[in-house]
Design a protein around this ligand. Structure first.
Ligand code: SAH
Length: 385
């Protein structure tokens, strides 16, 4: 039975944030299960999808666009699907409610401090976006104000007023994005309160996460997903492990105690910096991180004659590339644990790996993104000898 969308969310259906809002949660899970099975069942067993007990308000990384309306002044929301029109969203069903409250307060403060919303067409105005990251286990909250110029008028008073309304905020950063781009964050950053990052705990380890580092948006499900990834790796303590597309080092660090050594590779330099700190904070000595394209890095370690026993790979939505996958063929790890946010590219990469005598043992989908069409899958391939 379809629910009345407007009753569930004022912004629906124009806001493209959750395109499965009208689908009951059990049905969403069935749809996602079918989607993964359709693509992967031909290669091996697909376990039942792991859903959430409480599927709402799960996003711990949230982002709002700021815009201006003649009648109501500055407001925040999301882009309407496939456009750059900003739909007002004052209460989002996917986002942690602490973030909602902060966005609403920033609307009010922007009005009283006479801060103008950035206008994409004219290039005028200051406030473009606000990004909020919340540590699920630590409760730490980072607010990133994305501005078109580095100068926030009455900065100290603004910070004071925001902290007074929300003493739960642990850090505030200005990010300067002065380009005409659809990217949210620019290059320059200035910490104006606190440490400039949050920490969170996952699988018993502490992770530092900077504004630009990747970190899964749904920490409750992520922990389950990582546990499965580590179970699939079946480490005995003797293995050399590569954690490719490692972000802040989460998977490699969580796997390190059962491995001989772990090598992490990641392109984003802030994430690598976080990863190095994370290894240190957790007292892990058998892990090293490299800032490089994952494919180029594998070519290099293959040339050096390195042995790799187990490979974790967790590429972005467009999957891996031929350089990387061909090199996996050469390095011939016994097991590959592929974490994917896009079952289509997972299937494509799996087909490529079959050339090198890999077969899929099993896959488990996880619902990391309730009310959206996305699904995460962790998949185990093993090498036929
Ligand atoms: N495993 C991490 C991050 C996964 S997201 C976690 O679970 O948190 C994918 C990561 O791949 C991002 O951090 C992104 O910066 C990185 N990435 C994208 N393209 C890359 C490339 N060509 N080489 C290495 N890393 C890349």
């Amino acid at each position: 039975m379809k629910q009345d969308l407007k009753k569930v969310c004022q912004a629906a259906p124009r806001c493209g944030g959750c395109n499965m809002l009208e689908v009951p949660y059990e049905e969403q899970l069935i749809k996602k299960q079918k989607m993964v099975e359709k693509l992967l069942k031909q290669f091996g067993k697909v376990n039942p999808i792991v859903g959430m007990d409480e599927p709402m308000y799960y996003r711990h990384k949230v982002h709002a666009v700021y815009a201006y309306d003649k009648k109501k002044g500055i407001y925040h929301g999301n882009y309407e699907e496939k456009t750059h029109r900003v739909i007002r969203v004052s209460h989002c069903l996917l986002e942690d409610q602490r973030a909602d409250a902060i966005f609403n307060s920033i609307d009010d403060l922007a009005r009283s401090f006479k801060i103008r919303a950035y206008d994409e067409d004219s290039g005028y105005g200051l406030l473009r976006h606000v990004l909020i990251r919340i540590g699920h286990y630590t409760g730490q909250i980072l607010v990133v104000l994305v501005l078109s110029s580095p100068i926030l008028p009455s900065k100290n008073n603004f910070v004071k007023a925001l902290r007074k309304l929300h003493p739960e905020i642990t850090s505030i950063v200005i990010n300067v994005n002065d380009k005409n781009t659809s990217m949210v964050l620019g290059d320059k950053e200035q910490v104006i309160y606190g440490r400039g990052y949050i920490e969170d705990q996952i699988c018993g380890y502490t992770f530092r996460i900077s504004p630009k580092s990747f970190y899964q948006v749904n920490p409750v499900q992520t922990q389950l997903l990582y546990q499965k990834a580590i179970e699939y790796a079946a480490l005995t303590g003797r293995e050399t492990v590569v954690d490719a597309y490692c972000g802040t080092g989460t998977i490699g660090i969580a796997a390190s105690k059962n491995a001989d050594r772990v090598i992490g590779v990641e392109l984003n330099k802030d994430a690598v910096r976080d990863a190095v700190v994370n290894a240190k904070t957790n007292g892990i000595k058998n892990i090293q991180f490299y800032q490089k394209d994952a494919g180029q890095f594998l070519v290099q370690i293959a040339q050096n004659g390195e042995r790799v026993d187990v490979l974790f790979m967790d590429p972005p939505r467009n999957g891996s590339d031929e350089t990387f996958l061909s090199c996996v063929g050469k390095l011939a790890p016994n097991r590959i644990v592929y974490v994917s946010c896009n079952p289509e590219t997972l299937k494509r990469d799996l087909e490529f790996l079959k050339k090198f005598k890999y077969r899929m043992v099993e896959a488990t989908p996880y619902d990391l993104f309730p009310f959206t069409g996305h699904v995460e899958t962790v998949c185990l391939f093993s090498k036929l000898r």
